[in-house]
Design a protein around this ligand. Structure first.
Ligand code: SF4
Length: 456
């Protein structure tokens, strides 16, 4: 009998990339084979994101296009997973009657069984439990899931993997859907995380990124059992870093309000912990931060940055910024520009505020004009681009350890521990995951260029 094939299209954040890998492995274990072509796959899964309007629109537009494909190939099954699925549930099925299955963020482990049981009547599997347990999950060999990449980006290389340590969020920032789509914060068991990390390293993974919506609060919620001890995130980092053979360790994402001195100390103590920190500021104005319910002030944020740099002066900081949050005045925005000048982020993800259904800020009535938002975003991004170039120029003539990601016709492409992409002019015999020393001779806004250092 012909094996059924599947393809997963992933939208949005790194959590979704990891969820797609898990779904891919579960389907493979169930006898499905991964397809690279949407036009040929028996099952098409859209793993959606609703954190920003754009990501949601992209997924919905692909879903709309699949209506025609379904008419041509009625046997094809279409499944919608992720945050949009969780939020819309039954309504999505009514709007998009060509969808066969809508599966919530906490139900992804049931995917294979739900697909098997499709009988055309029950199309929705959604749960939202505060006592939800993240099942122990032993990952497949990395090659099995190498085809699952972000929409329009190449698949994640198998020497580098994400490892989920927690789900959900308790913070309720007023603009954010996550607490409603992924539920309350739940930490995974330390022993499950360490087991998974061991399997990855034994399979050849050189770099692990620990994933959570707010990793700084790891261990404050359930599922860190007495047997595992009382682990904070800093303690978990130390335990993963101790795994023999792991070369690089990263994590994301952090809320500045929960950033502890012990975690900052890890950057001084743990050799394989990469000197890179994504610390979302969102706004430089206390007024806006308070309306966002971020629970920190610009003063506290700047203090954390200074402390981090005291522990690790070469740390590369990146951030997230929302411009045009409801009520943001010209003066509020100037304070965001000031914090950009003060911190001089190595990079940032900046967006215009957009209402997300079900969030508190969607009901705020002092929305900022679209044109003003666009002008502010363009000003912020222009200055950030200049700062990126200035920061990157500081690496000129330095010899940096670069982890090779791929071999191209012109040379190699790799990444520094500070997370900068480096295009290397010459080739040496090496494999993805190897670390080579590179002399930097050119700095651009978004990447560096270099040559393999002599005396390698
Ligand atoms: S900390 Fe705020 S922005 Fe981040 S996931 Fe939680 S609610 Fe959303």
């Amino acid at each position: 009998m012909k094996q059924a094939s599947f393809i997963i299209k992933t939208f949005g954040c790194q959590m979704n990339v990891r969820d797609s890998e898990i779904m891919a492995q579960l389907l493979a274990e169930h006898g499905y084979i991964e397809s690279m072509e949407m036009d040929e796959a028996d099952v098409v899964i859209l793993n959606t994101c609703s954190i920003r309007a754009k990501a949601e629109q992209k997924a919905m537009s692909l879903l709309g296009m699949l209506r025609k494909t379904k008419k041509r190939r009625p046997g094809m099954k279409i499944c919608v997973a992720g945050c949009v699925a969780q939020q819309e549930g039954q309504e999505l099925c009514q709007r998009m009657d060509h969808v066969d299955l809508v599966i919530g963020t906490q139900n992804l482990y049931e995917l294979a069984g739900l697909l098997d049981g499709l009988d055309g009547t029950s199309k929705v599997a959604i749960s939202m439990s505060n006592s939800y347990e993240i099942p122990a999950f032993i990952p497949a060999m990395p090659s099995l899931v190498s085809g699952v990449g972000l929409q329009d980006t190449p698949p994640a290389p198998a020497f580098r993997k994400f490892l989920t340590i927690m789900q959900g969020c308790n913070n309720y920032c007023t603009y954010c859907v996550v607490p409603y789509t992924r539920g309350r914060e739940i930490s995974r068991k330390v022993s499950d995380i360490i087991d998974e990390a061991h399997v990855l390293v034994e399979a050849g993974v050189q770099e692990i990124t620990l994933l959570g919506q707010n990793v700084n609060s790891y261990g404050r919620t359930n599922q860190v059992t007495a047997k595992d001890g009382d682990y904070s995130f800093a303690q978990l980092l130390r335990a993963v870093a101790a795994i023999d053979g792991l070369k690089r360790l990263r994590f994301t994402t952090s809320n500045p309000k929960d950033l502890s001195i012990d975690l900052m100390r890890c950057f001084d103590e743990i050799e394989i912990l990469c000197p890179q920190f994504h610390l979302p500021v969102q706004s430089g104005s206390n007024n806006v931060l308070s309306r966002m319910n971020r629970k920190y002030t610009r003063e506290l944020y700047l203090q954390r940055v200074a402390e981090l740099r005291a522990f690790r002066p070469d740390i590369a900081l990146s951030t997230d910024v929302i411009v045009g949050f409801p009520g943001e005045t010209d003066d509020d925005f100037e304070q965001t520009m000031e914090i950009l000048e003060e911190v001089r982020f190595h990079s940032s993800f900046s967006f215009k505020y957009s209402d997300r259904p079900g969030t508190r800020s969607a009901d705020f009535d002092d929305k900022v004009d679209e044109q003003v938002k666009s002008q502010r975003l363009s000003r912020f991004q222009k200055r950030q681009d200049q700062i990126c170039l200035e920061q990157n120029s500081l690496y000129l003539d330095q010899i940096l350890p670069v982890m090779v990601e791929k071999v191209t016709e012109d040379g190699l492409v790799g990444r520094t521990d500070t997370n900068h992409i480096v295009h290397i002019d010459n080739k040496i015999l090496c494999s993805p995951g190897d670390i080579v020393n590179v002399t930097i001779h050119h700095a651009g806004q978004h990447s560096l260029n270099g040559r393999i250092a002599i005396n390698q």
